[in-house]
Design a protein around this ligand. Structure first.
Ligand code: HEC
Ligand code: HEC
Length: 351
């Protein structure tokens, strides 16, 4: 009976550690990040409100501390901190307004039905000056080296864009790329984003954007694999060496454009986690505020496929490991039973 008691105590402590202490430590060490939201309007407005709340807290704290300062020097120092906190709050509030305006202007487009033929015409008058569309016979106008130099990054082919990206994101991207990609902190009127804003050709902006999107959807394949999502949406910036994928963009140009070297993603699924990637890809600013990695704007389906693919490449032994885990548990259960029976047999003779 003593053994049973020891076993029960051991099980209880294991459960407390596993389901209590470990998750608690995790919440304390890494702040809570809400899950990915593919309604990007809601996502942007929620995150902006969270940032405003955070900035308000910092400001209130700085005001409180200012009252406690005694010497002139300390008061001046604290005043500077307070001024910065006020500026941060103003930036956060501006950003909320910016996203409200962006998504407000998408509302009209959402309601419209696009004309694929017209969309094709508009596309061939505007977008093809930078984007190729090989499936429709539009080859790139310049080579990768020149594209890297001109735009900082090789411009993606859009043959699958209609299947890969969220429809509302595409609308936002076409009317205001820097805001849709959440790179407003990096690009503005003085430092313009390399993809130009689209202004209507004949006059009705909303209708023309809806036409372009309808066109992109009509030429996209029905099924797109995770690898294809990677190639079209990530490969211009990230290598995936484990699958022999090397980005076409020249490194120095890319570093100049992004301000840092985007990492190889072969092992990222293990360095971070599936959960992390799910929230990160949908809205990089949520996990790394101020990062230059753009929101990629994938729809939920293509994001899931992409993550599966990254898991296959980075963690190909996962299913083997899980099966082996079950075998090991089975082995130990049998071992425990045999050990118990053996012990009983030995002790019976000794008593
Ligand atoms: C002046 C060049 C230029 C024009 C014109 C242009 N783009 Fe782009 N586009 C780019 C560049 C550069 C990128 C890559 C930006 C990056 O990765 O940071 C891009 C990226 C994209 C992406 C991928 C966005 C993502 O989330 O990964 C889509 C979709 C796109 N453009 C659609 C269009 C459409 C539709 C048009 C026409 C209305 C258009 N572009 C016109 C330069 C251009
Ligand atoms: C226009 C270039 C660009 C594109 C396109 C791009 N990324 Fe990134 N990515 C970056 C940069 C730059 C960083 C480094 C960010 C930093 O450290 O602030 C980064 C970092 C990352 C990280 C590491 C985050 C971390 O916690 O360190 C992951 C994961 C990632 N990207 C995934 C993706 C995936 C998946 C795609 C395609 C769906 C993609 N990226 C498309 C530029 C890009």
């Amino acid at each position: 009976m003593k053994e049973l008691k020891i076993l029960i105590i051991l099980v209880i402590f294991t459960f407390i550690t596993y389901y209590g202490i470990e998750p608690f430590a995790h919440t304390q060490m890494s702040p809570h990040v809400p899950p990915a939201n593919f309604d990007m309007e809601k996502e942007d407005i929620t995150l902006s409100n969270v940032r405003i709340e955070e900035a308000q807290k910092v400001l209130a704290n700085a005001e409180e501390k200012l009252k406690q300062q005694k010497t002139q020097e300390d008061v001046e120092k604290q005043q500077k901190i307070l001024d910065n906190a006020q500026k941060d709050l103003a930036v956060a509030e501006d950003r909320l307004l910016l996203y409200k305006n962006l998504w407000e202007s998408v509302k009209g487009i959402k309601a419209l039905k696009g004309d694929t033929e017209k969309g094709g015409e508009i596309f061939s008058m505007t977008c093809v000056s930078c984007h190729s569309l090989k499936s429709q016979g539009f080859e790139p106008l310049i080579d990768d080296a020149l594209a890297s130099e001109s735009y900082g990054v090789v411009v993606p082919d859009l043959g699958k864009a209609g299947a890969i990206y969220d429809k509302n994101f595409l609308a936002a991207l076409i009317i205001n790329p820097a805001h849709a990609l959440k790179l407003d902190h990096k690009f503005n009127d003085e430092e313009p984003f390399p993809m130009t804003q689209f202004f209507a050709i004949e006059g009705d902006l909303d209708q023309e954007v809806a036409d372009i999107i309808a066109y992109l959807q009509s030429i996209a394949p029905k099924e797109v694999s995770g690898k294809e999502v990677f190639e079209d949406a990530c490969l211009r910036c990230h290598d995936l060496k484990y699958d022999n994928l090397l980005r076409p963009t020249e490194q120095t140009a890319l570093e100049g454009y992004m301000g840092s070297n985007p990492p190889d993603l072969s092992m990222m699924i293990r360095a971070r986690s599936v959960e992390y990637l799910k929230t990160f890809i949908n809205d990089p600013q949520k996990n790394i505020p101020g990062t230059s990695m753009p929101r990629v704007g994938l729809n939920e389906q293509s994001q899931d496929k992409l993550i599966n693919y990254l898991e296959q490449i980075g963690d190909s032994k996962k299913s083997e490991r899980t099966t082996l885990g079950y075998y090991m548990i089975g082995f130990f259960i049998i071992l425990a039973i045999l050990a118990y029976l053996w012990k009983n047999a030995v002790w019976k003779e000794l008593h």
